[in-house]
Design a protein around this ligand. Structure first.
Ligand SMILES: [Zn+2]
Length: 121
């Protein structure tokens, strides 16, 4: 029989106690970049399987990560081999790249026309 997933509040009196436990368990290292936590770059509680995708506050779904690492992971999940799923492409940056490329093409076309024009004089 599968045991019910215990939420962290079943184990710990507060979030602070949870964080202290995880700091010890993770050797004071971020589980995403493996760099240590510092005063200037303190840990945040991350949901390994994101809340937005059905994750819970179960203790085995929680890990500490730097805020930037946490934000970078966003709502991505890990594959079974331990790698993160790729970032979802944002329409904005795709558009940005495309428009930059087309600008480059346009300026090349202009340059070629300019060379052709010069050649005809
Ligand atoms: Zn990190």
């Amino acid at each position: 029989m599968r045991s019910r997933k215990l939420l962290y509040l079943d184990y710990f009196a507060s979030k602070q106690e949870l964080v202290q436990h995880l700091i010890n368990q993770q050797d004071n290292q971020c589980y995403l970049c493996m760099e240590p936590f510092t005063k200037g770059n303190p840990p945040t509680v991350d949901h390994i399987f994101p809340l937005s995708r059905g994750g819970t506050w179960a203790i085995d779904n929680l890990a500490l990560a730097h805020r930037v690492c946490n934000q970078d992971k966003d709502s991505r999940v890990f594959y079974e081999d331990g790698t993160l799923e790729p970032k979802r492409r944002r329409r904005k940056s795709r558009y940005h790249n495309r428009s930059r490329n087309s600008l480059l093409v346009e300026s090349l076309v202009c340059y070629n026309e300019y060379i052709n024009l010069r050649g005809s004089f």
